[in-house]
Design a protein around this ligand. Structure first.
Ligand SMILES: NC(=O)c1ccc[n+]([C@@H]2O[C@H](COP(=O)([O-])OP(=O)(O)OC[C@H]3O[C@@H](n4cnc5c(N)ncnc54)[C@H](OP(=O)(O)O)[C@@H]3O)[C@@H](O)[C@H]2O)c1
Length: 321
C-alpha cells in the first residue's frame, strides 16, 4: 500500500541536550511529501481505551493511564509541585525526557507524592526518553535515566527521535525490557516508513508512539496505521505547545463546542483526542488547568462534533520535527 508521508522526519539538527532546544531549534519547512511502500497491517489490532478505568492495555501487557502530565520546561521545584498537584487531583502518569533536564525532579516529585498520598511505585507510571546523542552508548543512557529518576524500572521508555544508531538504542531497550528494568518500549517522532524500517531490525513491536498531534495537525493516516498494528498513539503539543495555545483555544469551532458542553476549549481538544484513541499529556503547572485536564469524562463529543474538529486539520506542524 502506498502512503503519502506529510512530513519526512529528520534527526534533530543539533544534537544538543539543552532543555531549551526542543522548541528553540530552527524552524524549517517540512520536507516535501514522500511516497513510500509500507505493508498493510494484516489484522486490525487497534487498542481500546477503558473509559471507566481511564487506562489502556499496551501490547506489552501493562496497563497505562490515558491521561498524563507533560513536564517539558518544568524544572526543579516547579516540576515537583506540578507532579504533587497532578497526583492530588487523581493523575498518575508523567512524561519526561533526558533532554528536558528534569528527570531528577520528576523522580523526586513521584517519591514525595507516594509518601504524601500513600501510594506505591506501581500506582504511578513514568515515561522518559533517550536522546539521539545518547544512542551510541544506550546502556549508559538507560542506566542514567534509572539513576536520575531513582526508580527500579521505567514504565515506558522512548527513543526521542529517529537518528543514527537508533537500532542499537532500540535493541538496548529490548535488553532492558527483558531484564524487567523497562516495562514498555515507545518511539517518538516516528512515522510509517521509519517504523517499517526499524521493524526489519528488531524483535519487539513498540507499545506506543508519541507524535505532534492537535486539531491543526491531526496525522489521520499515521494514527490509523499505527493503531491497526496494535500501537497506542499519544500526542505531544495537544494544546498547541508553547506559543500556539491561544490559536487553538480560541478557535471558533472548538469554543462553540465547549459552550455546548459547559467545558473549556482545552477539555474539548483533550476529549477529542481520547475519543480518537490518542493518549494525552498536556503540560501545565497551573492548578486550575491541571484539574481541568484530568476532568475529561463527564461529557461525550457527538459524531458531528468529532467531524467538525476533524475538518479543522491544516496539516500544519507547530514545531520542526
Ligand atoms: N516527544 C517530543 O518530541 C515532545 C515534544 C514536545 C512536547 N513533548 C511532551 O508533550 C507534553 C505536552 O506538550 P507541551 O507541554 O509542550 O504543550 P501543550 O501541552 O500543548 O501546552 C502547554 C501549554 O498549555 C497551557 N495549558 C495547559 N492546560 C491548559 C488548560 N486547561 N487551559 C489553558 N491552557 C492550558 C500551559 O500553561 P499552564 O502551565 O499555565 O497551564 C502551557 O503553556 C510536554 O510537556 C512533553 O512532555 C514531547
Amino acid at each position: 500500500m502506498v502512503f503519502a508521508l506529510g512530513c519526512a522526519q529528520k534527526a534533530p539538527a543539533e544534537a544538543s541536550a539543552s532543555p531549551e532546544s526542543e522548541t528553540a531549534a530552527p524552524v524549517s519547512e517540512p520536507e516535501a511529501a514522500v511516497e513510500t511502500e509500507v505493508p498493510a497491517a494484516k489484522e486490525d489490532l487497534t487498542p481500546v481505551f477503558d473509559f471507566e478505568k481511564k487506562t489502556v492495555k499496551l501490547n506489552s501487557g501493562y496497563e497505562m493511564p490515558i491521561t498524563g502530565l507533560g513536564t517539558y520546561t518544568q524544572l526543579d521545584d516547579t516540576c515537583i509541585n506540578s507532579i504533587l498537584l497532578y497526583v492530588e487531583n487523581g493523575g498518575r502518569m508523567f512524561d519526561t525526557a533526558f533532554m528536558y533536564g528534569n528527570e531528577e525532579a520528576v523522580g523526586e516529585g513521584m517519591r514525595q507524592a507516594m509518601e504524601k498520598y500513600n501510594l506505591k511505585r506501581e500506582d504511578l507510571f513514568v515515561c522518559t526518553k533517550i536522546y539521539p546523542t545518547q544512542y551510541e552508548n544506550p546502556d549508559a543512557a538507560i542506566e542514567e535515566a534509572l539513576r536520575k529518576l531513582d526508580v527500579d524500572y521505567i514504565d515506558l521508555m522512548f527513543l526521542h527521535h529517529p537518528g543514527p544508531q537508533d537500532v542499537k538504542a532500540y535493541k538496548a531497550m529490548e535488553k532492558y525490557q527483558s531484564m524487567g528494568k523497562i516495562h514498555s518500549i515507545g518511539l517518538s517522532n516516528w512515522y510509517e516508513r521509519e517504523l517499517e524500517e526499524l521493524l526489519k531490525e528488531v524483535d519487539v513491536m513498540p507499545s506506543l508512539i508519541q507524535n505532534e498531534i492537535h486539531p491543526y495537525y491531526q496525522e489521520k493516516g499515521v494514527v490509523k496505521y499505527m493503531q491497526k498494528r496494535g500501537i497506542v498513539m499519544e500526542c505531544w503539543y495537544p494544546l498547541g505547545g508553547r506559543g500556539h495555545t491561544s490559536e487553538l483555544l480560541s478557535d471558533e469551532t472548538i469554543t462553540k463546542i465547549a459552550e455546548t458542553h459547559g467545558v473549556s476549549a482545552a477539555q474539548v481538544i483533550l476529549r477529542w483526542d481520547l475519543q480518537r484513541g490518542i493518549v494525552v499529556i498536556p503540560g501545565s503547572t497551573n492548578e486550575k488547568h491541571i484539574k481541568e485536564n484530568l476532568d475529561l469524562y463527564g461529557f461525550v463529543l457527538s459524531e458531528e462534533e468529532m467531524d467538525e474538529i476533524a475538518a479543522l486539520d491544516r496539516n500544519t506542524k507547530f514545531d520542526w520535527y
